[in-house]
Structure formats: structure tokens, C-alpha cells
Design a protein around this ligand. Structure first.
Ligand code: FES
Length: 79
């Protein structure tokens, strides 16, 4: 198992889990905010739509659907 934090919540997931799946498993559907302030979440699931972007280890706008979790990763949603 891999331990990471999502919005300061510590969780354990399998090492073959994408960041998007880990976020959804926590019940979070608003991954980010649009320019107009609307909540956005994964749409394509394969790296094309950019709707699943989150901040990972301080780097903003990372596509969570095509990144696997790593030990100690820190994910922030809703930005
Ligand atoms: S869900 Fe479309 S790029 Fe991630």
C-alpha cells in the first residue's frame, strides 16, 4: 500500500492507483475550479480534457488521471 495525503487527509491505496481514482475514492468530485468558479472533475480519464487537474507536491495543474500515486505524495484539490 501507498500512503498519501489528499487535502490533508491521509489515505492508503494500492500502488497501481491513479491520483484521480484515489481522490474519487475519498468522495471528492470537485477536483478544481474553472475560471468562472464552477467545480470541475475528470471527464475523459485519459489525459486529454485537462478537467482533472490538481496540485501534486506543490506543482499545480497536474493531470490526476494519468499519474500514479507515490509514497508521501501531497495532493490538493479545488484550486
Ligand atoms: S480526466 Fe481528462 S485529462 Fe484527466
Amino acid at each position: 500500500l501507498i500512503t498519501l495525503t489528499i487535502d490533508n487527509i491521509s489515505i492508503n491505496v494500492d500502488d497501481d492507483t491513479t491520483v484521480a481514482a484515489a481522490i474519487l475514492n475519498l468522495g471528492i468530485s470537485a477536483f478544481r475550479k474553472s475560471v468562472g468558479g464552477e467545480s470541475r472533475g475528470p471527464l475523459c480519464g485519459m489525459g486529454i480534457c485537462f478537467e482533472c487537474r490538481v496540485t501534486i507536491d506543490g506543482v499545480p495543474h497536474q493531470r490526476s488521471c494519468n499519474k500514479f500515486v507515490t509514497e508521501g505524495m501531497k495532493v490538493v484539490t479545488g484550486e
